[in-house]
Design a protein around this ligand. Structure first.
Ligand SMILES: Nc1ncnc2c1ncn2[C@@H]1O[C@H](COP(=O)(O)OP(=O)(O)O)[C@@H](O)[C@H]1O
Ligand SMILES: [Mg+2]
Length: 368
């Protein structure tokens, strides 16, 4: 996707904080969100996602800091004067109004000619593939259709930015997956900025250009989705993205590209620095994602790191097998192996000795 970065960002958040009594719901967050970007705020419940979204919408005043839309400071601007619209998790449709009237509702507050309304309503129902259902009432719709009405109701106002607060949270898994693809396509078609809130890392990965991972009111990392997944900067982000395999060691030597690290058990390997600085003697942590690890019954291949380990558990999951292994220092690691080998029914005994292997270029240094 081509992002237009020549203009001011769609949204700029500058050192914004929001306190509720003792709680810092949002704690000195700064973010730029580009025009036409699908941007996700990802984090567990209570980390401040909704509060940040409501600050962008204008429903919440920051305790300190500023919000800019298209380069204009809107910190004190009321919600209805901002070119943004918010879609809630619980669709909040009017039960006594038809689909068309629900969608048309916000238009009565806009200065557009009334003659235009019917056309705009039908256009936005087209966009969310609800044409023909305009005279139904909410109770005559499925969960997915209700969510589409909520979307159409926001889109009819032609916002420059659409804010979506866990909009798929109330849908079952299958519908949720379908809507993820649909929402992403819709965003591409319209070319408007989407800020999407979710606690589901897979959902964020599926849809987003960039992701901000939040923790306790702060942004831990904001990067392209693949970057957040492959190169998490902190242990929290690594854990949240399902990595969880952490190794510790001490730097024994380093050059511009990589550090050589020795583990407490005496195992030595290299870790790419990716621009981070280090010195000899530094205690470091690094991680390797489970799908980047493999287990072998013989020595590691040339150029691979190989650490002696023992099988603790084998979990057959159809598409893949998860192995839990333990090294001689008692640290535990998870290995995902795709089941692409011929099926032979073999079960590996717990306690069996293996070598835990990885390509050193897949190791990621974690900030302390
Ligand atoms: N109106 C409020 N009054 C008091 N505390 C609030 C209010 N809104 C949110 N909080 C608190 O701020 C924190 C962040 O909440 P929220 O933004 O809703 O998180 P999330 O959407 O990530 O689950 C939580 O600790 C929550 O209890
Ligand atoms: Mg929330």
């Amino acid at each position: 996707m081509q992002l237009d970065t020549s203009l001011a960002p769609a949204i700029q958040i500058r050192q914004a904080s929001k306190r509720f009594g003792e709680v810092a719901a949002v704690d000195r967050i700064s973010l730029d969100i580009h025009r036409g970007e699908f941007f996700s705020l990802l984090g567990s419940s209570g980390c401040g996602k909704t509060t940040l979204l409501r600050m962008i919408a204008g429903f919440e005043q920051p305790t300190s800091g500023q919000v800019f839309l298209n380069g204009v400071d809107v910190t004190g601007t009321p919600p209805y004067r901002r070119p943004v619209n918010l879609v809630f998790q619980h669709f909040a449709l009017f039960p006594h109004l038809t689909v068309a009237s629900n969608v048309a509702f916000g238009l009565r507050y806009q200065k557009s000619p009334r003659s235009d309304h019917a056309r705009r309503v039908s256009q936005s129902l087209d966009l969310v593939r609800l044409s023909g259902l305009d005279q139904r009432y909410p109770h005559e719709l499925s969960g997915g259709q209700k969510q589409r009405v909520a979307l159409a109701r926001a889109l009819v106002l032609q916002p420059q930015v659409l804010l979506l607060d866990e909009p798929l949270g109330a849908l079952d898994q299958k519908l949720r997956k379908e809507m993820q693809v649909e929402l992403k396509n819709l965003q591409r078609t319209l070319g408007i900025t989407f800020v999407f809130v979710t606690h589901d890392q897979e959902e964020a990965m599926t849809m987003s250009d960039r992701i901000a991972v939040m923790n306790a009111g702060r942004v831990e990392q904001c990067d392209r989705s693949s970057e957040v997944f492959e190169v998490p900067r902190t242990e929290f982000v690594a854990d949240f993205m399902g990595a969880g395999n952490f190794f510790s060691g001490k730097v024994v030597s380093f050059d511009a590209e990589r550090a050589t690290v020795i583990s407490p058990a005496g195992f030595q390997t290299q870790v790419p620095l990716r621009g981070q600085s280090t010195s000899i003697g530094d205690a470091v942590r690094f991680m390797v994602r489970p799908e980047k690890l493999s287990i072998r019954h013989e020595a590691a291949a040339d150029g691979q790191a190989g650490m002696d380990a023992m099988i603790e558990q084998q979990i057959y999951q159809g598409l893949s097998t998860t192995w839990i292994v333990r090294n001689t220092a008692g640290e535990r690691f998870t290995v995902y192996e795709q089941n692409h080998r011929p099926f032979n029914g073999a079960v590996t005994e717990a306690g069996g000795k293996v070598v835990l292997c990885w390509d050193p270029s897949h190791a990621v240094l974690i900030k302390n």
